[in-house]
Design a protein around this ligand. Sequence first.
Ligand code: HEC
Ligand code: HEC
Length: 469
Amino acid sequence: MLSRLALFLAATIVLLANCRHDVIDGVPDDTIGLPPGTSFLEPSAQRSGDPDAGYQYLIYGNYIGSGIPLQVFKQFFGGNSPDDLGRSGDADGIPFNFNVVTASNGVKVVAPTCLTCHAERLNGQLIVGLGNNTSDHTNNQASMFQTADLAVKLLYGQNSPEWNAYYPASRASQTIGPYILTKTRGVNPADKIFATLAAHRRSVDLAWIDAAQFNIPLEAVPTDVPAWWLMKKKNALYYNALGRGDFARLSTASGMLTMLDSTEARQADEKFPDLMAWIRTLEAPAYPYSIDQTLAAQGKLLFENKCSKCHGKYGAEETYPNLLVELSTVKTDTMLANSYQLYPEYANWYNESWYGQGPHKGQLLPNKGYIAPPLDGIWATAPYLHNASVPTLDDLLHSAQRPKYWKRTYDNSDYNQVKMGWNYSVETSKTGIDTYDTTLPGYNNGGHTFGDVLSDSERMAVLEYLKTL
Ligand code: HEC
Ligand code: HEC
């Protein structure tokens, strides 16, 4: 009798305990309490689209509609590049980061694509969606276009359809050239490209205007390029969670380089939901080397204890909290976030412009902080932090050990499996464009000290776990 009662009581306790557990599990994390110094980024409605059509648009589409005439391009750059994308027709033999498109006046031109910045080789293989981390933006491209100007004029004449199809690309590139220079190879000036183009576009119909309508600082803020496979988890785009509203609309901004006016923007806007749908199908590449699963399991516990509240959980119980982390908490370089506070003209222009109107509007909402990104495929996306200032994950998780001046080979197979990231040499000063100089404004490698509490063996376990994401 007594034992039955005990069994009954025990069962009741178990049931009650389970019941309580269910209630707690059912409560979203954010109502239990966000980590201090963070806030939740609210989602916004997204348009749906057809992923296959989106990929075709990406590799053949005319979202940038002006460029070097096809014949000139082949003459100067050749037409026999490796067949990375397996394209047919005119694009066969053209480098993966260019499309052959028909300009609005019917001339075939070669125009840069999203893959100029959103594809990269790793161990020799091209990975579409991996951010470019090797291209060199330290030189003003304007002189290259001055040469191309001469070639197009000489071949076709200045009143030719070819010149007209080419001119918008040349005009925009020469205008932005001096404003988008970085101090080291491998970082990207895209934020500044758009801010500078905005100064030269009428907000209502996006038509080009020669004289800048607001002042733009000469300095460009350097950033990394986020991997596309992370986008599907995020409620806000860009490192500082600036991009809100419709992601397709936000991403059409690349058309600002060459479009004649908002007629072209409207056409692209109908196709971009397909491209976004394709980007949402992307998965992170799996770690290609061996993983110590026992060590990784230890690392998982540490990660979930110290990191998940900002970066989420992975595997079967996947969560992603979508948190903006204040500058005073994350303490990484402030220049990117602050530039939108110091120079509000660009975000204001955007929100008032064609892009910021209608049911699928894009919005730029500056923040004093950075999004805590999802860490899927983090092994593949070195260097780290929004400004690409830290060469390896081991250094990221041990802030005192981060190199002040460092240099890598830019060889995409020069990977360090122990430190997880690029092999690098430490230097004592900046010796050239290949040196990452963390003393420069915008290039600081401090902050994100959340890994410093880990002992050496704990850090090794967390690194092992990160290989599995
Ligand atoms: C000149 C280089 C460049 C080109 C070309 C470019 N991007 Fe980007 N893109 C970037 C950089 C750099 C960022 C990150 C900027 C930031 O966060 O401050 C970015 C961010 C994004 C993001 C947000 C990702 C995230 O997780 O926050 C999306 C989506 C995106 N780009 C889509 C596109 C599409 C689609 C195209 C082509 C139509 C394109 N980009 C062309 C450089 C480029
Ligand atoms: C309070 C929130 C918070 C905590 C806790 C936190 N992080 Fe982060 N983490 C961030 C933010 C914000 C960034 C982006 C900072 C930037 O780019 O300037 C970031 C960036 C990173 C990056 C670089 C991402 C990239 O693509 O460059 C890695 C890797 C990372 N964190 C790992 C960890 C690990 C491992 C832990 C636990 C030891 C951890 N983080 C704890 C907020 C956090």
